[in-house]
Design a protein around this ligand. Structure first.
Ligand code: PGA
Length: 254
């Protein structure tokens, strides 16, 4: 079994003080065991402070988004190099909120993944279908397109740097979780897609997280599925107790 990767997507939440308190609680509570990989993804403006709190120990720190160019006249945007500069190791790319609200296409996501990799950031690439797409039996078609267009042109070494997060859009922030079986089925599809695009080794080594209303109650069952290698957690990552419960659930499996 691969090492599980539990990531907390804080989204546009918390004040600077609250973000600092949450990070310090996690730092104190987490032991030094490396049984589980853990990451937090605060808002851009808090990244430097949160990186300082963890100073490279116990928890990876990453951004929720980045721009695809290295520098220049792109008012309001943040480059991968800037993220590296403040201590980030990871970046979430293609979250469904970026796709839906900020109209990011698979092709933009593909460029962002390449830009992240070129400056040494490890992307968590999000994929997932909307409710109407699931109802129309289009889950595999949608997720298949997100993977083939999103990962276009990546070598197997580059693909090996990615974490994929399967986040059914209908399960995000709704309290409606995919059943462990539903999630495991799509994870299997994702792994098979990676296998046919690359090779068995890449497919086996890549971690596929589940995201969408993961909490302390459902974590055991979801993470216990054979093809689920971790979780991308939104709401339940804003409170240290529930996030640590999910980390513990992952720890029991490793
Ligand atoms: P949620 O969010 O856990 O609040 O559903 C998950 C995500 O959007 O990454």
């Amino acid at each position: 079994m691969k090492k599980q990767f539990i990531a907390g997507n804080w989204k546009m939440n918390l004040t600077l003080d609250e973000a600092g308190d949450l990070a310090r609680k996690l730092y104190v509570e987490l032991d030094n065991s490396s049984a589980v990989d853990i990451g937090v993804f605060p808002a851009f403006v808090f990244l430097r402070d949160i990186c300082d709190i963890f100073h490279g120990n116990k928890v990876y720190v990453g951004a929720q988004n980045m721009y695809l160019e290295k520098s220049g006249a792109f008012t309001g945007e943040v480059s991968g190099g800037m993220l590296r500069d403040v201590g980030c190791t990871h970046v979430i790319i293609g979250h469904s909120e970026r796709r839906t609200i900020f109209l990011e296409t698979n092709s933009v996501i593909n460029s962002k993944i390449k830009a992240a990799l070129s400056c040494g950031l490890k992307p968590i690439v999000c994929v997932g279908e909307k409710q109407e797409e699931r109802d129309a039996d289009k889950t595999y078609e949608v997720v298949g397109d997100q993977l083939s267009e999103g990962l276009a042109g990546l070598t197997s070494e580059e693909a090996g740097e990615l974490t994929i997060a399967y986040e059914p859009v209908w399960a995000i922030g709704t309290g409606k979780t995919a059943t462990p079986e539903q999630a495991n089925e799509v994870h299997t599809f994702i792994r098979n897609t990676i296998k046919s695009k690359y090779d068995v080794d890449t497919a086996q080594s890549i971690r596929i997280q589940y995201g969408g209303s993961v909490n302390s109650k459902n974590a055991d069952e979801l993470l216990g599925q054979p093809e689920i290698d971790g979780a991308l957690v939104g709401g339940a990552s804003l409170e240290s107790g529930s996030f640590l419960d999910i980390v513990s659930a992952a720890g029991r499996l490793s």
